[in-house]
Design a protein around this ligand. Structure first.
Ligand code: MG
Length: 338
């Protein structure tokens, strides 16, 4: 959605039949309402983005769309870096736990029906600083999608200096490309769901494990953590901790993506090789690849998935286990990872 006078002039350049330029409102919410009313009827998902955040990455945009489609509402955000103080009249009254606080960015992305409901019921509350507040107030759950600190809002002159420096970084001058490697293996046992790459396949056996035993998400998660020098998933999710029993490995991936965001890094690509005698993976390549890309908020073009049998050898060859090797590449700020 585009609003504003300057864009009116550029409308013909942007259009190609797909861009409508609408008048902005006097508040953010007013602009959102104008844009929302101008949407064509067949759109399923609506994203609201600040024009003042030009450095947003494709991964962040895709992440909010994927999450909005799945759960209704998603907001790009980063964990608060500084310690927060609650003060009244200049006197500190409390120091809340920083780990619970996220700084909301855009895109803020919604299933159309969810945003329509919130705007209809609370659209007149013009002092709301983002429409997510209205969606929350309407009782919908809004999910956080970990974003990157460089998706900054250019508001003050120094923001412009920072943005220019970040743009330079993107040409590669002060970013390193780092590789990480991961491996995982799980026993296959009767009566467990065959969870792999974030998808469940029909199969009489499934991976035994403390979590859902998803070897692909585990190996890929370890590869990503490896590239930022952040250890391995077993440290944050120890098998001995009953809190993590039976958890979906997508939660592990969310944790890993938060670490990537904290490091100011960006995941570029994943390459995984599944080693299994059964189930046959090749018929499911497209589904497993799409689900892996979605779990890591990557475009599918940056994900590669392949499978090999173990030629009948050893435990994997006898169908007693399934394994996965994964490689990840990330862009990591040199200053954050010397
Ligand atoms: Mg594992």
């Amino acid at each position: 959605m585009l609003t504003g006078e300057n864009l009116k002039e550029r409308g013909p350049l942007l259009s190609g039949g797909k861009v409508k330029v609408v008048e902005g409102g006097d508040t953010r919410l007013g602009s959102v309402l104008n844009g929302f009313r101008a949407l064509s009827g067949d759109l399923e998902v609506v994203a609201v983005h600040d024009g003042a955040r030009p450095l947003v990455s494709p991964a962040t945009i895709r992440g909010t769309f994927t999450e909005a489609l799945a759960s209704g509402a998603a907001v790009a955000a980063v964990l608060a870096k500084d310690t927060l103080k609650e003060a009244v009249g200049g006197i500190v009254e409390a120091t809340p736990d920083r780990a619970r606080f996220w700084q909301a960015q855009t895109p803020q992305t919604y299933r159309r029906d969810v945003l329509a409901d919130a705007l209809e019921r609370f659209g007149s509350e013009r002092d709301a600083t983002d429409e997510s507040q209205l969606v929350e107030k309407a009782g919908h759950k809004v999910r956080i999608v970990p974003s990157s600190y460089d998706n900054l809002k250019i508001t003050t002159p120094e923001d412009l200096v920072i943005a220019e420096a970040l743009m330079k970084d993107r040409t590669g001058s002060s970013l390193d490309t780092r590789a990480g490697f991961g491996y995982d293996i799980h026993r296959l046992v009767e009566g467990r769901p065959m969870v792999i790459s974030g998808t469940t396949l029909e199969h009489p056996k499934g991976p035994q494990g403390h979590s859902d035993g998803d070897v692909v998400l585990h190996a890929a998660s370890d590869a990503v953590l490896g590239a930022i020098g952040a250890g391995e998933i077993g440290i944050a999710f120890p098998p001995s901790d009953p809190r993590f029993k039976g958890i979906s490995s997508r939660r592990i991936v969310e944790f890993v993506l938060e670490r990537v965001s904290e490091a100011g890094a960006e995941l570029i690509s994943l390459d995984v090789t599944i080693v299994a005698e059964e189930p046959k993976i090749k018929p499911h390549y497209a589904a497993l690849k799409a689900s892996l890309a979605s779990a890591f908020s990557l475009p599918e073009g940056r994900v590669n998935l392949k499978a090999k049998s173990n030629e009948g050898l050893d435990a994997i060859g006898r169908g007693e286990a399934i394994a996965c090797y994964a490689a990840a590449s990330l862009r990591v700020p040199r200053s954050a990872a010397p």
